[in-house]
Design a protein around this ligand. Structure first.
Ligand SMILES: Cc1cc2nc3c(=O)[nH]c(=O)nc-3n(C[C@H](O)[C@H](O)[C@H](O)COP(=O)(O)OP(=O)(O)OC[C@H]3O[C@@H](n4cnc5c(N)ncnc54)[C@H](O)[C@@H]3O)c2cc1C
Length: 441
């Protein structure tokens, strides 16, 4: 009798989930999701990884996943604590022979897998590609090749056809025991997370909401205009808004691509519809890059040989985070992010460029704030895009410096965006100057 353990991470779906299909090849199956205690503790960048927007979305996604598994005679265990301990306990108790999970790219999760392989040398650990269009091994994903830039990579993968998405399994092996779920949250989850309620109706976590949103988007004509409007700062309809579901794994990129192809067959392909695929390839590029570059994703120097000049200035940092800088456009971006957990790609670029260039700060503090705030946080896309803007990633132009006045006059012509999100921006200087700070005489 074989017992497999499926460790769910950013793959909260049944549809097109090759890890679940692989895990189901067993007599008995344990499905577990671990809420990591470390997500809620402020780390070296003085903020915790998990923010309330993403937490709400995650809880909704887990509820849907638990219900989908229940319908198929399975059970989702949600465990709180340190994943390495939680998983080790299950492996020991149920004499688990195989652990299956999605391919991990972040160092924390890779350390968990290393811990398990050291403590259970007999355990077979299988990492499965669930977050990408293509599998590892379909093409060259070495750092050396990826460093050549996005365009050579894109040309390589555009010759490949995207594999068909898998159907959700109709039934699954039984769990070894039925554990009564404990719904109470541990006290290391701060109170404000427990009260985060149902939140904004814009993004509802879970596979069902994901497929409803996918259908609504592709039943409209919006994809045919995507490229023309994707750079706008606000408005639900300017881009696909698929990112939170992609990041939590409620939706697979293969399913999106399949739906996009159907759209093109029905309504015709154009540059805009192609551009959606182009952006999915960017997402994928950052994913492979993160996998290849390992810990340098989180280092100040990134892929460069020397770190850039950067400082840590707490007052500037606070002002940027809360939208109190001298730049109304940046303030509007930061306040929208804080209020909703979402920011357009243009808004993210503007806020990140200001952080790196006008504020001269260590880019990793900005990336960590985004990680905490974003409802669609994805380690590869977030840290990779930050590196790109800070000039320590793969950008052949060596970083991006956006002219904030020019951005405002181009993307917020009538000032509507600033009026909506930061109507009462204080007229503050970037740094407070106090005579007492200066030596006298
Ligand atoms: C500083 C910075 C941080 C970012 N952090 C994240 C993050 O944590 N999570 C995240 O999903 N995206 C991140 N992005 C990328 C991008 O801003 C978002 O994916 C996009 O705004 C999400 O909205 P959408 O789904 O409507 O995108 P659309 O414009 O509709 O694009 C469709 C999909 O393509 C992918 N995509 C689009 N642009 C990018 C890009 N520049 N890089 C990678 N993938 C892209 C996303 O999966 C997106 O859902 C970041 C960008 C910047 C500049």
């Amino acid at each position: 009798m074989t017992t497999s353990l499926y460790w769910l991470t950013s793959d909260l779906r049944l549809d097109d989930n090759p890890a679940l299909v692989r895990a189901a090849q067993a007599d008995s199956l344990i499905c577990v999701y671990c809420i990591d205690q470390r997500w809620f503790k402020p780390h070296r960048y003085h903020v915790s990884s998990m923010g309330t927007h993403r937490w709400r979305f995650l809880r909704q996604s887990l509820d849907t996943m638990a219900e989908q598994l229940r319908i198929r005679g399975q059970f989702l265990q949600i465990r709180y604590g340190l994943p390495e301990q939680q998983l080790a306990e299950l492996i020991r108790r149920h004499k688990v022979q195989r652990l299956i999970c999605s391919r991990q790219i972040a160092s924390d999760e890779l350390r968990i897998l290393k811990f398990l392989s050291q403590h259970f040398p007999e355990l077979i650990i299988e990492q499965v590609d669930t977050a990408t269009l293509f599998d590892t091994g379909s093409f060259d994903i070495s750092l050396e090749t990826l460093r050549k830039g996005f365009t050579p990579y894109r040309k390589q993968v555009e010759t490949l056809s995207v594999p068909e998405p898998l159907q959700a399994p109709g039934s699954l092996p039984r769990a070894p025991l039925q554990v009564v779920p404990d719904q109470s949250l541990p006290d290391w989850i701060p109170k404000r997370y427990q009260q985060s309620g149902s939140g904004s109706a814009d993004f509802i976590g879970g596979e069902n909401a994901a497929s409803e949103h996918l259908e609504a988007y592709f039943n409209s004509d919006l994809p045919s205009d995507y490229k023309n409007v994707r750079d706008q700062l606000d408005d639900w309809e300017n881009s696909s808004r698929l990112s939170p579901w992609l990041a939590a794994g409620c939706l697979s990129p293969r399913r999106i691509t399949k739906r996009l192809l159907r759209y093109e067959q029905q309504k015709g392909a154009n540059e805009s519809s192609y551009w959606l695929y182009f952006e999915l390839l960017w997402r994928e590029y950052f994913h492979w890059l993160a996998l290849a570059q390992k810990d340098s994703l989180f280092q100040l120097k990134g892929l460069r040989s020397r770190p850039p000049h950067a400082c840590l200035h707490p007052e500037r940092y606070r002002k940027w985070c809360h939208g109190n800088t001298p730049w109304p456009l940046v303030n509007a971006c930061m306040r929208q992010l804080q209020a909703t957990g979402y920011l357009s790609n243009r808004g993210r670029q503007i806020a990140a460029s200001c952080f790196v260039n006008e504020l001269g700060m260590d880019w990793r503090y900005g990336a960590a704030w985004f990680e905490h705030m974003l409802i669609d946080f994805d380690v590869a896309s977030n840290w990779g895009n930050w590196q790109y803007i800070a000039g320590v990633g793969v950008d052949p132009r060596g970083g991006r410096h956006f002219d904030l006045a020019a951005q405002a006059s181009k993307f917020d012509v009538d000032g509507m965006y600033v009026r909506r999100w930061a109507p009462h921006t204080p007229d503050s200087a970037l740094d407070s100057v106090d005579a007492a700070d200066w030596p006298i005489g």
